[in-house]
Design a protein around this ligand. Structure first.
Ligand code: GLN
Length: 334
Protein backbone atom coordinates (compact mmCIF):
# COMPACT_ATOMS: atom_id res chain seq x y z
CA UNK A 1 0.00 0.00 0.00
CA UNK A 2 2.54 2.55 1.04
CA UNK A 3 4.61 1.90 -2.10
CA UNK A 4 1.70 2.35 -4.46
CA UNK A 5 0.68 5.42 -2.52
CA UNK A 6 4.12 6.90 -2.88
CA UNK A 7 4.02 6.16 -6.60
CA UNK A 8 0.65 7.90 -6.82
CA UNK A 9 1.93 10.99 -5.07
CA UNK A 10 5.04 11.03 -7.21
CA UNK A 11 3.00 10.96 -10.39
CA UNK A 12 0.71 13.66 -8.99
CA UNK A 13 3.67 15.85 -8.30
CA UNK A 14 5.72 15.17 -11.41
CA UNK A 15 6.20 18.86 -11.97
CA UNK A 16 6.85 19.66 -8.31
CA UNK A 17 10.33 20.47 -7.07
CA UNK A 18 12.24 17.68 -5.34
CA UNK A 19 11.79 19.40 -1.97
CA UNK A 20 8.03 19.01 -2.14
CA UNK A 21 8.12 15.33 -3.10
CA UNK A 22 10.52 14.49 -0.27
CA UNK A 23 8.42 16.31 2.27
CA UNK A 24 5.27 14.63 1.04
CA UNK A 25 6.73 11.16 1.29
CA UNK A 26 7.97 11.97 4.78
CA UNK A 27 4.43 12.93 5.72
CA UNK A 28 3.15 9.59 4.51
CA UNK A 29 5.64 7.71 6.64
CA UNK A 30 4.69 9.78 9.65
CA UNK A 31 0.93 9.46 9.29
CA UNK A 32 -0.81 6.61 11.10
CA UNK A 33 -2.44 4.00 8.87
CA UNK A 34 -6.05 4.89 8.26
CA UNK A 35 -8.87 2.36 8.34
CA UNK A 36 -9.49 1.21 4.80
CA UNK A 37 -12.74 1.96 3.05
CA UNK A 38 -15.05 -0.94 2.32
CA UNK A 39 -16.33 -1.53 -1.24
CA UNK A 40 -19.65 -2.70 0.14
CA UNK A 41 -20.33 0.58 1.97
CA UNK A 42 -23.13 2.71 0.54
CA UNK A 43 -21.81 5.99 -0.81
CA UNK A 44 -23.22 8.28 1.93
CA UNK A 45 -21.48 6.08 4.48
CA UNK A 46 -18.20 6.39 2.59
CA UNK A 47 -18.55 10.18 2.65
CA UNK A 48 -19.22 10.09 6.39
CA UNK A 49 -16.26 7.83 7.06
CA UNK A 50 -13.88 9.95 4.93
CA UNK A 51 -15.21 13.13 6.55
CA UNK A 52 -14.42 11.64 9.98
CA UNK A 53 -10.88 10.74 8.95
CA UNK A 54 -10.26 14.20 7.53
CA UNK A 55 -11.80 15.92 10.54
CA UNK A 56 -9.61 13.95 12.93
CA UNK A 57 -6.54 14.97 10.93
CA UNK A 58 -7.57 18.63 11.11
CA UNK A 59 -8.09 19.03 7.35
CA UNK A 60 -10.11 22.10 6.44
CA UNK A 61 -13.62 21.70 4.99
CA UNK A 62 -13.60 17.91 5.55
CA UNK A 63 -17.10 17.21 4.29
CA UNK A 64 -16.62 19.13 1.07
CA UNK A 65 -13.27 17.43 0.48
CA UNK A 66 -14.83 14.00 1.08
CA UNK A 67 -17.61 14.71 -1.36
CA UNK A 68 -15.21 16.00 -4.05
CA UNK A 69 -12.88 13.03 -3.64
CA UNK A 70 -15.73 10.57 -4.08
CA UNK A 71 -16.89 12.49 -7.17
CA UNK A 72 -13.35 12.46 -8.52
CA UNK A 73 -12.96 8.73 -8.10
CA UNK A 74 -16.24 8.13 -9.92
CA UNK A 75 -15.32 10.46 -12.78
CA UNK A 76 -13.78 8.86 -15.81
CA UNK A 77 -13.17 12.21 -17.44
CA UNK A 78 -9.90 13.99 -17.94
CA UNK A 79 -8.57 16.80 -15.77
CA UNK A 80 -10.38 19.54 -17.63
CA UNK A 81 -13.89 18.27 -17.00
CA UNK A 82 -15.35 19.90 -13.88
CA UNK A 83 -15.84 17.56 -10.94
CA UNK A 84 -18.90 18.47 -8.91
CA UNK A 85 -19.37 17.75 -5.25
CA UNK A 86 -22.65 15.84 -5.11
CA UNK A 87 -25.36 15.17 -2.63
CA UNK A 88 -24.49 11.54 -1.99
CA UNK A 89 -27.61 10.92 0.07
CA UNK A 90 -29.61 11.04 -3.16
CA UNK A 91 -28.00 8.10 -4.96
CA UNK A 92 -29.71 4.67 -4.83
CA UNK A 93 -28.84 2.72 -1.67
CA UNK A 94 -27.24 -0.17 -3.49
CA UNK A 95 -24.72 1.95 -5.46
CA UNK A 96 -21.24 0.71 -4.53
CA UNK A 97 -17.73 1.27 -5.78
CA UNK A 98 -15.65 -1.27 -7.67
CA UNK A 99 -12.42 -2.45 -5.98
CA UNK A 100 -10.44 -0.30 -8.43
CA UNK A 101 -12.52 2.77 -7.54
CA UNK A 102 -12.08 2.07 -3.84
CA UNK A 103 -8.30 1.83 -4.31
CA UNK A 104 -8.33 5.16 -6.19
CA UNK A 105 -10.45 6.74 -3.46
CA UNK A 106 -8.11 5.50 -0.72
CA UNK A 107 -5.16 7.05 -2.52
CA UNK A 108 -6.99 10.34 -2.89
CA UNK A 109 -7.95 10.33 0.80
CA UNK A 110 -4.37 9.61 1.82
CA UNK A 111 -3.18 12.49 -0.30
CA UNK A 112 -5.75 14.84 1.26
CA UNK A 113 -4.75 13.60 4.73
CA UNK A 114 -1.25 14.67 3.78
CA UNK A 115 -2.58 18.16 3.02
CA UNK A 116 -2.42 17.96 -0.78
CA UNK A 117 -4.81 20.77 -1.80
CA UNK A 118 -8.18 19.54 -3.02
CA UNK A 119 -7.71 21.56 -6.23
CA UNK A 120 -4.63 19.50 -7.16
CA UNK A 121 -6.41 16.23 -6.38
CA UNK A 122 -9.51 17.11 -8.37
CA UNK A 123 -7.34 18.57 -11.14
CA UNK A 124 -9.42 21.65 -11.79
CA UNK A 125 -11.26 24.42 -9.99
CA UNK A 126 -13.73 27.13 -10.85
CA UNK A 127 -12.71 30.75 -11.10
CA UNK A 128 -15.52 33.15 -11.99
CA UNK A 129 -17.11 31.60 -15.10
CA UNK A 130 -14.14 29.42 -15.99
CA UNK A 131 -13.11 25.92 -15.03
CA UNK A 132 -9.31 25.98 -14.89
CA UNK A 133 -6.96 23.06 -14.68
CA UNK A 134 -4.85 23.14 -11.51
CA UNK A 135 -1.53 21.31 -11.32
CA UNK A 136 1.10 21.27 -8.60
CA UNK A 137 3.01 23.36 -7.80
CA UNK A 138 1.31 26.18 -9.70
CA UNK A 139 -0.36 28.71 -7.41
CA UNK A 140 -4.08 27.95 -6.97
CA UNK A 141 -6.26 30.98 -7.73
CA UNK A 142 -7.86 32.41 -4.59
CA UNK A 143 -11.42 33.70 -4.28
CA UNK A 144 -10.32 37.30 -3.64
CA UNK A 145 -8.54 37.33 -6.99
CA UNK A 146 -11.90 36.91 -8.71
CA UNK A 147 -12.52 40.44 -7.53
CA UNK A 148 -9.27 41.66 -9.11
CA UNK A 149 -10.89 40.90 -12.47
CA UNK A 150 -13.77 43.24 -11.60
CA UNK A 151 -11.44 45.99 -10.42
CA UNK A 152 -9.61 45.79 -13.75
CA UNK A 153 -12.77 45.55 -15.89
CA UNK A 154 -14.20 48.67 -14.29
CA UNK A 155 -11.06 50.64 -15.20
CA UNK A 156 -10.27 49.59 -18.75
CA UNK A 157 -9.27 52.83 -20.44
CA UNK A 158 -10.87 52.31 -23.86
CA UNK A 159 -11.99 49.84 -26.52
CA UNK A 160 -9.33 47.62 -28.08
CA UNK A 161 -6.90 47.80 -25.22
CA UNK A 162 -3.68 45.91 -24.91
CA UNK A 163 -2.83 44.71 -21.40
CA UNK A 164 0.18 43.23 -19.66
CA UNK A 165 -0.06 40.73 -16.81
CA UNK A 166 2.89 39.80 -14.63
CA UNK A 167 2.70 36.28 -13.15
CA UNK A 168 -0.44 34.65 -14.57
CA UNK A 169 -0.05 31.32 -12.67
CA UNK A 170 -2.97 29.22 -13.94
CA UNK A 171 -3.94 32.11 -16.24
CA UNK A 172 -7.06 32.82 -14.17
CA UNK A 173 -7.13 36.63 -14.39
CA UNK A 174 -6.04 37.05 -18.01
CA UNK A 175 -8.33 34.29 -19.24
CA UNK A 176 -11.30 35.74 -17.37
CA UNK A 177 -10.66 39.16 -18.89
CA UNK A 178 -10.34 37.69 -22.36
CA UNK A 179 -13.55 35.75 -21.89
CA UNK A 180 -15.60 38.50 -20.27
CA UNK A 181 -14.37 41.66 -22.02
CA UNK A 182 -14.56 42.35 -25.68
CA UNK A 183 -12.75 45.62 -25.07
CA UNK A 184 -9.58 43.65 -24.34
CA UNK A 185 -8.01 43.00 -27.70
CA UNK A 186 -4.74 41.54 -26.49
CA UNK A 187 -3.00 40.41 -23.31
CA UNK A 188 0.68 39.64 -22.92
CA UNK A 189 1.40 37.53 -19.84
CA UNK A 190 4.94 37.28 -18.54
CA UNK A 191 5.71 34.41 -16.19
CA UNK A 192 9.00 33.25 -14.70
CA UNK A 193 7.95 29.70 -13.74
CA UNK A 194 7.88 27.37 -16.73
CA UNK A 195 5.27 25.06 -15.12
CA UNK A 196 2.93 28.03 -14.63
CA UNK A 197 3.48 29.31 -18.15
CA UNK A 198 2.64 25.88 -19.54
CA UNK A 199 -0.47 25.67 -17.40
CA UNK A 200 -1.65 29.10 -18.57
CA UNK A 201 -1.10 27.95 -22.16
CA UNK A 202 -2.98 24.66 -21.57
CA UNK A 203 -5.88 26.48 -19.91
CA UNK A 204 -6.02 29.01 -22.76
CA UNK A 205 -6.12 26.16 -25.29
CA UNK A 206 -8.78 24.34 -23.33
CA UNK A 207 -10.96 27.44 -23.22
CA UNK A 208 -10.29 28.48 -26.81
CA UNK A 209 -8.74 31.77 -25.70
CA UNK A 210 -5.30 31.57 -27.28
CA UNK A 211 -5.92 34.09 -30.07
CA UNK A 212 -5.59 37.24 -28.01
CA UNK A 213 -3.03 35.93 -25.52
CA UNK A 214 0.73 36.07 -25.85
CA UNK A 215 2.91 34.27 -23.33
CA UNK A 216 6.44 35.30 -22.47
CA UNK A 217 8.78 33.27 -20.26
CA UNK A 218 10.83 35.63 -18.16
CA UNK A 219 11.30 37.46 -14.94
CA UNK A 220 10.50 41.09 -14.33
CA UNK A 221 13.23 43.01 -12.54
CA UNK A 222 16.36 41.36 -13.95
CA UNK A 223 18.73 42.75 -16.56
CA UNK A 224 17.55 40.21 -19.11
CA UNK A 225 15.50 42.03 -21.72
CA UNK A 226 11.91 40.70 -21.94
CA UNK A 227 10.27 40.24 -25.31
CA UNK A 228 7.45 42.72 -24.67
CA UNK A 229 5.63 45.30 -26.73
CA UNK A 230 6.71 48.93 -26.54
CA UNK A 231 3.62 50.06 -24.66
CA UNK A 232 0.47 48.82 -22.95
CA UNK A 233 -2.78 50.49 -21.95
CA UNK A 234 -2.88 48.89 -18.49
CA UNK A 235 -0.70 46.55 -16.42
CA UNK A 236 -2.01 44.20 -13.74
CA UNK A 237 -0.71 41.52 -11.43
CA UNK A 238 -1.44 39.32 -8.48
CA UNK A 239 2.24 39.20 -7.56
CA UNK A 240 3.91 37.31 -4.73
CA UNK A 241 3.17 39.79 -1.95
CA UNK A 242 3.34 37.92 1.35
CA UNK A 243 5.86 39.46 3.72
CA UNK A 244 8.61 37.00 4.53
CA UNK A 245 7.84 37.24 8.25
CA UNK A 246 4.32 35.97 7.49
CA UNK A 247 5.39 32.92 5.46
CA UNK A 248 5.68 30.63 8.51
CA UNK A 249 2.00 31.30 9.18
CA UNK A 250 0.95 29.67 5.90
CA UNK A 251 -1.05 26.47 6.28
CA UNK A 252 0.81 23.24 5.42
CA UNK A 253 -1.33 22.73 2.35
CA UNK A 254 0.02 25.96 0.94
CA UNK A 255 3.58 25.80 2.26
CA UNK A 256 4.21 22.18 1.25
CA UNK A 257 2.58 22.04 -2.13
CA UNK A 258 2.38 25.44 -3.78
CA UNK A 259 5.34 27.13 -5.41
CA UNK A 260 6.53 29.57 -2.76
CA UNK A 261 7.90 31.82 -5.48
CA UNK A 262 4.29 32.78 -6.17
CA UNK A 263 3.79 33.86 -2.56
CA UNK A 264 7.07 35.12 -1.12
CA UNK A 265 7.29 38.86 -1.65
CA UNK A 266 10.50 39.33 0.36
CA UNK A 267 11.03 41.32 3.55
CA UNK A 268 8.32 43.89 2.85
CA UNK A 269 6.33 41.92 0.27
CA UNK A 270 7.48 44.39 -2.38
CA UNK A 271 10.26 42.41 -4.13
CA UNK A 272 8.17 41.91 -7.25
CA UNK A 273 5.81 44.89 -6.88
CA UNK A 274 8.59 47.50 -7.17
CA UNK A 275 10.10 45.94 -10.34
CA UNK A 276 6.58 45.79 -11.84
CA UNK A 277 6.25 49.53 -11.23
CA UNK A 278 9.70 50.18 -12.76
CA UNK A 279 8.63 48.24 -15.84
CA UNK A 280 5.28 50.04 -15.90
CA UNK A 281 7.12 53.37 -15.90
CA UNK A 282 8.59 52.40 -19.28
CA UNK A 283 5.55 50.70 -20.76
CA UNK A 284 2.64 52.99 -19.80
CA UNK A 285 1.87 56.45 -21.09
CA UNK A 286 1.17 59.14 -18.49
CA UNK A 287 -2.27 58.43 -17.00
CA UNK A 288 -1.88 54.65 -17.54
CA UNK A 289 -2.85 52.38 -14.64
CA UNK A 290 -1.16 49.57 -12.74
CA UNK A 291 -3.65 47.43 -10.82
CA UNK A 292 -2.25 45.11 -8.17
CA UNK A 293 -3.48 42.65 -5.60
CA UNK A 294 -1.53 43.44 -2.43
CA UNK A 295 -1.13 42.76 1.26
CA UNK A 296 -3.24 45.09 3.43
CA UNK A 297 -0.05 46.75 4.74
CA UNK A 298 1.00 47.87 1.26
CA UNK A 299 -1.28 50.90 0.95
CA UNK A 300 0.60 52.19 4.02
CA UNK A 301 4.19 51.30 3.11
CA UNK A 302 4.23 51.57 -0.68
CA UNK A 303 3.55 55.34 -1.14
CA UNK A 304 6.90 56.47 0.27
CA UNK A 305 8.76 54.01 -1.99
CA UNK A 306 7.06 55.44 -5.06
CA UNK A 307 9.19 58.59 -4.81
CA UNK A 308 12.34 56.55 -5.42
CA UNK A 309 11.15 55.07 -8.70
CA UNK A 310 12.47 56.34 -12.02
CA UNK A 311 8.98 57.35 -13.17
CA UNK A 312 6.39 58.89 -10.91
CA UNK A 313 3.21 57.11 -9.79
CA UNK A 314 0.42 58.11 -7.48
CA UNK A 315 -2.02 55.89 -5.62
CA UNK A 316 -5.36 56.51 -7.27
CA UNK A 317 -7.46 54.10 -5.25
CA UNK A 318 -7.34 51.32 -2.68
CA UNK A 319 -10.13 48.76 -3.00
CA UNK A 320 -11.22 46.41 -0.23
CA UNK A 321 -11.85 42.70 -0.77
CA UNK A 322 -14.98 40.87 0.39
CA UNK A 323 -13.37 40.40 3.81
CA UNK A 324 -13.10 44.20 4.12
CA UNK A 325 -9.29 44.09 3.81
CA UNK A 326 -7.37 46.62 1.72
CA UNK A 327 -6.52 44.24 -1.10
CA UNK A 328 -6.20 46.03 -4.42
CA UNK A 329 -4.21 49.13 -5.35
CA UNK A 330 -4.79 51.21 -8.43
CA UNK A 331 -1.71 53.27 -9.26
CA UNK A 332 -1.50 55.94 -11.94
CA UNK A 333 1.63 56.78 -13.91
CA UNK A 334 2.08 60.55 -13.79
N1 GLN B 1 -3.66 35.75 -0.98
C1 GLN B 1 -2.68 34.72 -1.16
C2 GLN B 1 -2.60 33.81 0.02
O1 GLN B 1 -2.82 34.24 1.13
C3 GLN B 1 -1.33 35.31 -1.47
C4 GLN B 1 -1.29 35.66 -2.88
C5 GLN B 1 -0.02 36.24 -3.36
O2 GLN B 1 1.04 36.33 -2.72
N2 GLN B 1 -0.13 36.66 -4.53
O3 GLN B 1 -2.36 32.64 -0.10
Amino acid sequence: MSQSLRAAVRSLLTSAPHRIICQTVKYFHASAPTPSLSPSSPLPQLVTSITEQLTEAGISEPHLSASYLLSKCLSSNGPCVPVMSRDWTRVPDDTCLSPAQIAKLETLVQCRLSHVPIQYLVGNWDFRDLTLMCRPPVFIPRPETEQLVEVIMARLPREHCSLLEVGPGTGAVSLSLLQECEAVSRITAVERARAALELTRDNAELLGLTDRLRLVLGRVGTDVELDLEDSYDLIFSNPPYILRKDLPKLSPQIALFEDLRALDGGAEGLDVILPILELAGNKLSPGGLVILEVDPCHPYILPEKLEKLQHQFEVEEVVKDFAEKDRFMVLKRL
